[in-house]
Design a protein around this ligand. Structure first.
Ligand code: NAD
Ligand code: MG
Length: 293
């Protein structure tokens, strides 16, 4: 078996500037992010499990959704109505893997939606074992004086509050052996000045992972968190970064490139699987080298 060089294993050239409107469409990106459609290989690690993934239409959530299906899980994904075409592509990939896919479009900023989303996923899948709270909103702003109340609230609604209410509803269904996974960020521990509100929310994701793992340990429900570094996804090109940062995106990491979503898939699979039976309250980094602890 030969080694794969992490410097050259995936796209490592400069990116073109390519502004899109929020929330962005994956299939219109150049290059199209690799969410594992052809590159992830499953080996029955999640046979028979049922998962709900927010932001499952694109980027990291899509990589988790496709990997889960290839590992034998049925998957429900949530996304915004504007992302329907990306969601349809994920559905196709999940069905090609021989699993069921349930599409649940809806806006996590709507107060009643997170609970109804979980209810619908549980009903349509006929159970729920894995809840991946991965949807995220990131809009850069260099000056706190220009941070609008609306944008601040939106970021907290999507990245923090909706996850709390989704968990509250999910606890009606999750049994011992179930797994909750948050997606935080390197920003949760090493905040950039132009991502002030986003970075706050990503610290919250780490905090709730630890407190909730402590609360739910006695129920046998595990809670963990993934903290990515720079990963090539729609979030970054639709206001997540200024366009002048896009060409060099990820280049300042020790591994000298941005990651592709599929490179995080194995962490989401491990944390969801029975192989992680002694793992809870943990934060897993995949950053290209920046330490998260
Ligand atoms: P992405 O754009 O592919 O996924 C984000 C998803 O969030 C969107 O697809 C959308 O469906 C969902 N979303 C946003 N606002 C929503 C709303 N109001 N209601 C419902 N859904 C909404 O980008 P991604 O980078 O894969 O993001 C996934 C997670 O990874 C996010 O939590 C993000 O903070 C985190 N993250 C990304 C990076 C990176 O470099 N890409 C780094 C660290 C952390
Ligand atoms: Mg998307």
């Amino acid at each position: 078996m030969s080694n794969i060089n992490p410097l050259t294993a995936f796209y490592n050239e400069k990116y073109e500037k390519q502004p899109q409107e929020y929330p962005g469409i994956q299939k219109e990106m150049k290059p199209i992010p690799d969410s594992g459609e052809d590159t992830y290989q499953g080996s029955n690690k999640l046979t028979g499990k049922k998962a709900l993934i927010t932001g499952g239409d694109s980027g990291i959530g899509r990589a988790a959704a496709i990997a889960y299906a290839k590992e034998g899980a049925d998957v429900a994904i949530n996304y915004l109505v504007a992302e329907q075409e990306d969601a349809e592509d994920v559905k196709r990939a999940i069905e090609e893997a021989g699993q069921k896919c349930v599409l649940i479009p809806g806006d996590l900023r709507d107060k009643a939606f997170p609970k109804s989303m979980v209810k619908e996923a549980h009903k349509a899948l006929g159970g729920l074992d894995i809840l991946v709270l991965n949807a995220g909103m990131q809009q850069y702003e260099y000056d706190i004086q220009n941070l609008s109340e609306e944008s601040l609230r939106d970021t907290f609604e999507v990245n923090v509050f909706s996850g709390v209410t989704a968990v509250q509803e999910a606890l009606n269904y999750l049994e011992a052996g179930s797994s909750i996974i948050f997606t935080s960020s390197i920003q949760g521990v090493k905040p950039s000045s132009h991502l002030i509100d986003y970075a706050m929310t990503k610290s919250c994701n780490i905090s709730i992972t630890k407190s909730l793992a402590a609360q739910l340990g006695e129920k046998g429900i595990r809670v963990n968190c993934v903290a990515p570094g720079p990963v090539w996804t729609p979030l970054q090109i639709c206001g997540g970064q200024p366009q002048d940062k896009i060409p060099e995106f990820g280049k300042n990491q020790p591994l000298q490139r941005a990651g592709q979503p599929v490179e995080l898939a194995d962490i989401y699979v491990l944390l969801a699987s029975d192989n992680a039976s002694f793992i809870t309250g943990q934060v897993y980094g995949a950053t290209g080298g920046a330490p998260i602890n």
